[in-house]
Design a protein around this ligand. Structure first.
Ligand code: GO6
Length: 314
């Protein structure tokens, strides 16, 4: 049996576009769902057309048209969904339940990767609202997948470097601060920073691997397990400039959630609290019976270290 054929749902999104690229690069026949809802979103359309030029196949379908999803799914072996859960109001993580129904009806899919790619929602039962919504929704989708006996792999990709490393983990910015950096507590809690292209590479390596069947695959490459303070030190070494450091206590950081009504900001504060004060990404061991770690499975991947990643901001 050749390499599996892949369908990406959400292929023009932040991580989706990288999954399409990695799928093509690793030799999979790659389909990308083209939704009529795109309308006049010319950037998304032109990205789809560029994928076509790179050898991908566009398949029309909408998450609100069950039959179109069944037809699309029937053409492939593996389905990967990368829809965003945090930013959009038009759809949310639960919209995937329609995809689960289509996969269930089609009956041919050998692996489904739902839109995870962050903290492991099964470990976030006590997460703070409103950020907890993301995890609750992801668990609803997981239950539907497992009830339908659809083979799966859940990818827990930890902190996207674009959101968490570029801005040295400061809320509300994606670029390094110029003179002062705010540390969460003592800044020594370990988190995991992942270059987004590496997340895509590991994800595609996992789709045909029996070792990741019905498992959670965590991405935890050793040199990217860093504290915020270590990340700041990497940047100071690169930039040759020392930053002034302030510190905010967990209590004060949480209290700041009450100072805003913005949903994404409140959700972000909650997520940052779990990551940088509770250490939720690194306060447990892998492997477990239902979990594997990507760097161990695929040591051949030369993953991007954060000194390399941050060079672009010099
Ligand atoms: C990323 C963010 C960055 C929020 C996860 C607010 C779910 C996860 C690591 O989507 O809300 O400044 O695991 O001001 O399971 C957002 C969310 C990050 C971007 C967190 C996320 C990470 C969601 C911000 C900000 C850079």
């Amino acid at each position: 049996m050749g390499k599996s054929r892949v369908l990406v749902v959400g292929g023009t999104g932040y991580i989706g576009r990288r999954i399409v690229k990695a799928s093509l690069a690793q030799g999979h026949i790659t389909y990308v769902l083209q939704r009529p809802e795109i309308g006049l979103d010319i950037d998304k359309l032109q990205m789809l057309l560029s994928f076509k030029k790179q050898g991908a196949r566009l398949v029309e379908g909408s998450l609100s048209d069950h039959q179109s999803l069944v037809e699309a799914v029937k053409q492939v072996d593996v389905v990967i969904c990368t829809m965003s859960g945090v930013h959009f109001k038009s759809h949310n993580i639960l919209t995937q339940l329609k995809l689960v129904d289509a996969i269930k009806e089609a009956g041919n899919v050998k692996r489904f990767l739902p839109s995870e790619f962050g903290m492991d929602p099964s470990r976030m039962e006590n997460a703070l609202p409103p950020g907890s919504e993301t995890f609750d929704q992801k668990m609803v989708v997981r239950r539907a997948i497992e009830e339908a006996k659809i083979p799966f792999t859940y990818v827990s990709a930890n902190c996207f470097a674009g959101y968490f490393a570029g801005g040295l983990s400061q809320l509300g910015t994606l670029v390094p601060p110029k003179d002062t950096v705010r540390l969460y507590g003592d800044g020594n809690v370990k988190v995991v920073y992942m270059d987004e292209d590496d997340i895509a590479t590991y994800t595609i390596k996992a789709i045909d691997d029996p070792r990741t069947l019905n498992k959670t695959m965590y991405l935890r490459p050793p040199e990217n397990i860093l504290s915020q303070r270590q990340l700041v030190e990497i940047w100071e070494k690169l930039s040759g400039k020392e930053l002034k450091k302030t510190s905010i206590s967990g209590e004060d950081f949480l209290a700041s959630m009450d100072a805003t009504d913005d949903y994404a900001t409140k959700a972000g504060i909650g997520h940052f609290y779990h990551i940088y004060y509770e250490g939720c990404l690194t306060n447990f061991d892998i492997p477990q019976d239902d979990a594997v770690e990507a760097w161990n499975l695929y040591p051949e991947v030369n993953y991007t270290r954060m000194d390399e990643y941050l060079k672009v901001f010099l």
